[in-house]
Design a protein around this ligand. Sequence first.
Ligand code: IPE
Ligand code: IPE
Ligand code: MG
Ligand code: MG
Ligand code: MG
Length: 293
Amino acid sequence: MFDDDIQKINAHLTQNISRFVENQHLRDICLYALMSGGKRLRALLVLEFCRVFGGQDSHALMTASAVEMVHCYSLIHDDLPAMDNDDIRRGKPTLHKKYDDATAILAGDGLLTLAFEILSAYETHPNAHIRCMMISKLASCSGLTGMVAGQYRDMDLLPDYNPNLLDDIVQMQYQKTGALIVASCVMGALCGEQMDKDILSMVTDYAVHIGKAFQIKDDLLDVLSHSSIIGKATQKDSTAGKNTIISIMGIVAAQEKLDYHIRTARGILSRIAPPDTVARLEHLTGFISDRQL
Ligand code: IPE
Ligand code: IPE
Ligand code: MG
Ligand code: MG
Ligand code: MG
């Protein structure tokens, strides 16, 4: 159902690297990180929310490129020895294994920065106010009030975080994973020139639920799947002695929590637009809980 869009997203990512990165070796490094077969969920959310509100694919594809660059940067840094110390990502050696730690740090920095250069480009949206709103959203959701704060908490580096408390884990997971998913949905809506505060707030509510669901599923796959299927190491959380929603609630209750978030997200989606308009988003919502990788 989404193969055509994934191809378009991949083509745009490749074009943007050719356009914005001068040095061929740096291009190759970026392409290794970006083009290794991610699911492109965040990019698809941008595209679909833009379409729901009548926006143009050409704008959404630029925005989607920016979001995938931030996502891929987060994976590169997440895999570094100082963080999760992972050797395999998307079935291939992680960037620091293929190259070295310094390359991985710098490639992450480069992709993060490039995302904002792309968002500021005229082709991303002719309306400068909308571009500015998207830049602000992506910055807050990926930075020190979003993903970076969540990663700090996940590494147990913040004194206000208690890794044994369910509420703290839920909040940490929302920040490290959910916030970028919120940014993707809201930026898609902005790309479609949707500026109504009530509608943007419903889009945010929907995204908060799928964001939480997405990380619960990631943790479930960590326990229940195998690296040959999901293309990254499994049993990481238990090996690292890290509490997750699963270690605290158990698999069955975690699955119920996941189902609750998906059900609630579906309910919100049905209030955002008529069923035929959100049919593809409905499908993506189901994919978040059904996915096997
Ligand atoms: C993995 O994200 C990292 C998390 C936030 C849990 P994805 O599962 O979306 O990774 P790719 O892009 O499909 O490889
Ligand atoms: C990562 O969470 C979230 C990010 C911000 C990258 P995980 O550490 O659980 O993601 P995986 O399992 O390595 O993909
Ligand atoms: Mg991690
Ligand atoms: Mg990790
Ligand atoms: Mg994980």
